[in-house]
Design a protein around this ligand. Structure first.
Ligand code: SF4
Length: 198
């Protein structure tokens, strides 16, 4: 696919993010799920991300925060990477607060990545081979769906497809030759913007 100017791709990504949020909200309202007063915080979940377009868009947002805050986030990201490395070496899944979270809240909410927007409600995803992957939702979501007889799941399939298309438009023809992205947000922050050299 032909490479498109980053500013145009970012605008489309922002619209896609909005569509994700709208769809999430519909399911959350159907099952009566709210994050208010939740004793858990999803921002300690060990998420890995897989696209350069989301990575670059997030770094664009990070570069807009005041320098003192950016430095704090960068330091926390380094600490996160080291702690996660130690946890993984011990066979433990990291359970560490995201470096972008301050006092329980995301300070880059507008730029947060796809998985931050879809985590919570029950979802389904149909893979290219036709296999369905089902996610039951967070613990509160499971409590809610356990109390009702039927409910819809948020279908992630179209969002994954659209994100893959934006990734192609962002990276261009080099996409097949570049290594796969498989990074935590902390690792993305430490590395800085994605590079396109093979
Ligand atoms: S980017 Fe924001 S919403 Fe996503 S895990 Fe980090 S603090 Fe939470």
């Amino acid at each position: 696919m032909k490479k498109i100017m980053p500013r145009v791709v970012f605008k489309k990504l922002s619209k896609l993010y909005q569509n994700m949020e709208d769809s999430y909200q519909i399911i959350a309202e159907q099952i009566g799920l709210s994050c208010a007063d939740c004793p858990d915080n999803c921002c300690t979940s060990y998420f890995r991300h897989h696209t350069r377009v989301e990575w670059a868009y997030f770094i664009k947002g990070l570069n807009q925060v005041p320098e003192s805050l950016r430095q704090k986030i960068a330091q926390r990201a380094e600490n996160y990477v080291e702690k996660a490395r130690q946890d993984l070496a011990r066979g433990k899944t990291p359970d560490i607060m995201c470096p972008v979270n301050e006092n329980g809240l995301c300070v880059l909410y507008e730029y947060r990545l796809m998985i931050c927007r879809l985590h919570g409600v029950p979802t389904i995803h149909t893979r290219p081979d036709g296999k369905n992957l089902v996610f039951t939702g967070c613990f509160r979501s499971q409590q809610r769906t356990g109390e009702i007889s039927s409910y819809s799941r948020l279908d992630r399939t179209i969002f994954y497809k659209e994100l893959a298309m934006l990734e192609q438009a962002f990276v261009g023809s080099k996409i097949a030759r570049l290594p796969r992205v498989n990074l935590t947000l902390a690792e993305m922050i430490v590395l800085g913007p994605p590079r396109f050299s093979v």
